[in-house]
Design a protein around this ligand. Structure first.
Ligand SMILES: Nc1ncnc2c1ncn2[C@@H]1O[C@H](COP(=O)(O)OP(=O)(O)OP(=O)(O)O)[C@@H](O)[C@H]1O
Length: 306
């Protein structure tokens, strides 16, 4: 199985350090979400891994070799980058057939990936008539054409409708389940939480986190409990007696911080405080991410200089 290995990777554009001594490994068999504020260096890292740009120093290798040294790279690595253009006057099918021929990929793969990406019914239409979502699916079809063990996707949910988003989530899970190495950048936190097992988070070209999704969330955000009762006074007294921090919102619901449903439910039942609602408030990836990136506020607040 093939990993993506980024080692002490640096890329400087003029006075701008887009990637700064970055080291991480993307392992096979799981989906790795690639997060970071705008301009953090995600696309640059992907371009360096794909040999589309040369590192200033350090390496990005796939299965231990630079992309440019891979023989028939589309058989090993599939990529979907932003603003990837297919020839508008070609049909989707012809676009994929041309790609297959020039990369010695069996033509039978074209129909397979058209089916897989839900494009079979529009395969004979010209690409210029495609919606943004269809183009994104065509980009995915091209990425999967060589049946690669490694997939790098930059914002694959871009332009997809809700059905498309569910489709891409299932596709990513399946690719990882088949043992492939899947690196996916995204701005959509809830989406990333739905498909990723692991996270690599960048800020100003540097590594901020490289950790399983659940660990990332639980290290930063404590779960809470939402409660409604007819006896607000009793509840308030009960919670403070047991050392819980709680706040009441305008609708009369209470949010108890750092608490679990089982504990609050048991206390209320023992104290005969009526329960109208008792809900676990799970910490979200978005909260954890904002917590991390606000701690790194200068990443977004200041223009970056090398
Ligand atoms: N070809 C280039 N020439 C000069 N500067 C560049 C070039 N490519 C990227 N940069 C700069 O490098 C930094 C990192 O950009 P990059 O596109 O990799 O970030 P990103 O994390 O992918 O951002 P986004 O989420 O907005 O796509 C930015 O400051 C960007 O302006």
């Amino acid at each position: 199985m093939t990993s993506i290995d980024v080692r002490d990777l640096t890329k400087v554009y003029g006075s701008r350090r887009a990637v700064d001594h970055l080291t991480f490994t993307v392992e096979p068999g799981r989906v790795t979400g690639f997060l970071g504020p705008n301009g953090a260096g995600k696309s640059t890292t992907m371009r360096l891994a794909l040999g589309l740009d040369r590192p200033t120093s350090g390496t990005a290798t796939i299965g231990g070799r630079p992309y440019t040294e891979l023989r028939e790279p589309l058989h090993h690595v599939g990529a979907l980058l932003e603003a990837q253009a297919a020839h508008g006057s070609r049909t989707g099918r012809d676009h994929l057939r041309a790609l297959a021929v020039s990369n010695r990929i069996p033509l039978s793969r074209v129909d397979t990936v058209l089916e897989e990406t839900g494009l079979a019914s529009v395969a004979r239409r010209r690409v210029k008539t495609y919606s943004l979502g269809m183009r994104q699916r065509l980009g995915m079809a091209a990425a999967l054409l060589g049946d690669p063990g490694v997939v790098l996707l930059d914002e694959p949910a871009n332009g997809l409708d809700p059905e498309g988003i569910v489709w891409i989530r299932q596709l990513l899970r399946r690719l990882a389940g088949e043992g492939r190495t899947v690196l996916v950048s995204s701005h959509l936190m809830n989406e990333t939480a739905a498909f990723a097992d692991h996270l690599v988070v960048l800020g100003r070209g540097r590594l901020l986190a490289d950790t399983p999704v659940q660990d990332f969330i639980h290290a930063r955000v404590q779960p809470g409990v939402r409660v409604r009762t007819t006896d607000g006074t009793g509840l308030g007294a009960l919670l403070s007696r047991h050392g819980y921090e709680a706040a009441q919102d305008g609708n009369g619901a209470w949010t108890v911080r750092h608490a679990r449903v089982d504990d609050i439910g048991r206390l209320m039942s023992e104290a005969d405080v009526p329960v109208l609602e008792l809900t676990a408030q799970e910490a979200t990836l978005e909260q954890a991410y904002l917590d991390l990136t606000s701690a790194e506020a200068e990443f977004t607040a200041q223009p970056q200089e090398a």
